[in-house]
Design a protein around this ligand. Structure first.
Ligand SMILES: [Zn+2]
Length: 530
């Protein structure tokens, strides 16, 4: 039997019946008591560890409602280059990795810092001597940039600049020859996917390490938006040898051109699950992103784009969601543009009423008209939003997102306040590795509509939410959006997935909120690996 109690502090329970308490007791992975320190001590078993909170706060562990952990994990293959701020130290690490993998084999690395290039251009050829000319592919810590050597570019067939449908770029010199710097996923995946792919055991190790990083920022749960059979196999492999340190709800990825056989195969996978993971449902796309003109909008963008869904035939979308729904899967749909949200709500409304155990969801909802907000209000559909994605907006509207939307429509972005006020179950997430996995900066984006540094522009200040609302979106609401009534809440009988912060987040300045130390993360009452 394991037992731990936290006393003499702040417990933010996310339980409407008792939002605040002083102490909480955990026995055998479940909440055993919540209340005053005296009440909790009285309910604490004799052998239990008792932790004085000393100004600290306990909350339900954070749930990232939109993430891609296996994709992100794959990006962290090879040697960890974190903390190496000189080219010399990076070369040293690469030489060692090259010896480890053997002559000529691909050298991979991640967590590379820009400082390693000392402020000058990122170039692959600077690394070639260290690896004896072996193909080498290194990911920067922010997952926005990678650098590849000439041998790696050659193996991937990359010999010059290319046009991408998004912000991705193969950086080339004046001579048109790639320098090795690769910006954003579509460009770097081109080269990264030319490397030998990891085995199942290697992927399991990468995912375990990734979930330890999740735990370090207080995450104990995530909804995975690009579920594949491979992911299910990897999760199963991890649970064969141990326990997952993050609870995983998988949404299987349906592509618009998937045929009936693919739908049937996915329905067959829906029964798979383990101790801390399960297939929750299916994720579909209705549109793309605003920046590239592929979001589906009520009115065209400044380039005349935005008038189409991702589906050649929208009736096919309506048909496949009916089949998935009838098979008992949760439905969630990527809808960035306002017209996409409207169309998905109409399509969901044609289905039999949803039950609380599997609420239907929409991912992103980046812009919404007033009418869309009203329609959302009565729909029972969950809004899964990423306030953190405002980080790519510019105050002067010079970014491609605002340029395409124009000033008036850009001001209808990320309407978290209006959506909450409409009574919509609203959850937050990161979309990691698209944006950082750490919930704390996301809280600040939601509450301040501005960067945690405090020196950036403020976007639509009337759309601010309170810290309590942001925390709820990352805990209780995240659980309810997965139909999990005994998670995301601190009340007797609930699962003891907890995070301990050094201070009460609701009483911190924005910059302190973004960096408040995470003292412990517990899953089922036990310390998550660190
Ligand atoms: Zn995503």
């Amino acid at each position: 039997m394991s037992a731990i109690s936290f006393v003499s502090g702040i417990v933010r329970t996310m339980d409407a019946d008792r939002p605040l308490a002083e102490a909480v007791a955990v026995v055998d992975g479940r909440i055993a008591a919540v209340g005053t320190t005296a009440e909790v001590l009285a309910a604490t078993p004799e052998h239990a560890e008792v932790v004085e909170l000393d100004g600290g706060a306990v909350l339900p562990g954070f749930i990232d409602s939109h993430s891609h952990p296996l994709w992100g994990a794959r990006l962290s293959a090879g040697v960890d280059l974190g903390g190496l701020t000189t080219l010399e130290s990076v070369r040293h690490a690469l030489a060692a990795e090259s010896r480890r993998v053997g002559p000529g084999a691909w050298v991979r690395g991640w967590n590379l810092e820009y400082a390693a290039f000392g402020g000058s251009a990122v170039r692959g050829d600077l690394l070639e001597d260290a690896v004896g000319g072996a193909p080498t592919f290194l990911m920067f810590y922010d997952l926005h940039t990678a650098v590849a050597t000439r041998a790696a570019l050659e193996a991937a067939g990359v010999s010059g600049a290319r046009e991408f449908g998004d912000a991705s770029e193969i950086v080339v010199g004046d001579d048109g020859v790639p320098t090795g710097e690769l910006r954003e996923p579509t460009a770097y995946d081109l080269v990264g996917s030319a490397a030998p792919q990891p085995t199942m055991a290697e992927e399991a190790d990468l995912l375990v390490a990734t979930f330890a990083r999740f735990n370090a920022v207080g995450l104990t749960g995530c909804a995975v938006m690009d579920g594949s059979e491979r992911l299910l196999d990897v999760l199963e492999a991890i649970e064969r040898d141990g326990e997952l340190s993050v609870r995983v709800d998988v949404f299987l990825w349906h592509r618009p051109d998937d045929d009936d056989a693919a739908v049937a195969a996915r329905i067959d996978l829906a029964s798979r699950g383990g101790r801390r993971w399960r297939v929750a449902g299916v994720k579909l796309f209705s549109d793309g992103v605003i920046d590239t003109g592929t979001a589906w909008l009520h009115a065209p963008d400044a380039s005349g784009d935005g008038l189409a869904s991702f589906w050649p035939d929208w009736d096919r979308y309506r048909e496949v969601i009916r089949r998935y729904d009838a098979a008992g899967l949760h439905l969630t749909t990527h809808a960035v543009g306002d017209r996409a949200v409207d169309a998905v709500l109409d399509a969901y409304a044609e289905l039999p009423p949803a039950d609380d155990a599997r609420p239907r969801r929409i991912e992103h909802l980046e812009i919404l008209s007033d009418a869309d907000v009203r329609k959302l209000a009565g729909s029972g559909v969950v809004a899964s939003m990423q306030p953190l994605h405002m980080q790519w907006r510019h105050g002067d509207l010079s970014d491609s997102w605002a340029t395409r939307l124009g000033e008036a429509r850009a001001a209808t972005g990320f309407r978290a306040r209006d959506v909450l006020d409409a009574g919509v179950l609203t959850v937050f997430g990161s979309d990691w590795p698209v944006a950082g996995m750490d919930p704390r900066p996301n809280f600040v984006w939601a509450t301040e509509r501005s960067a945690p540094s405090g020196d950036g522009p403020v976007f639509e200040p009337h759309e601010r939410v309170s810290v309590e609302e942001a925390l709820t979106a990352y805990t209780r609401s995240g659980a309810l959006a997965l139909g999990a009534t005994d998670r995301g809440v601190i009340r007797v009988g609930a699962v003891a997935d907890l995070v301990v912060l050094a201070a009460d987040p609701a009483r911190l300045s924005p910059s302190d909120l973004a960096t408040v130390p995470i003292l412990r993360t517990l899953i089922a009452g036990l310390p998550a690996p660190s």
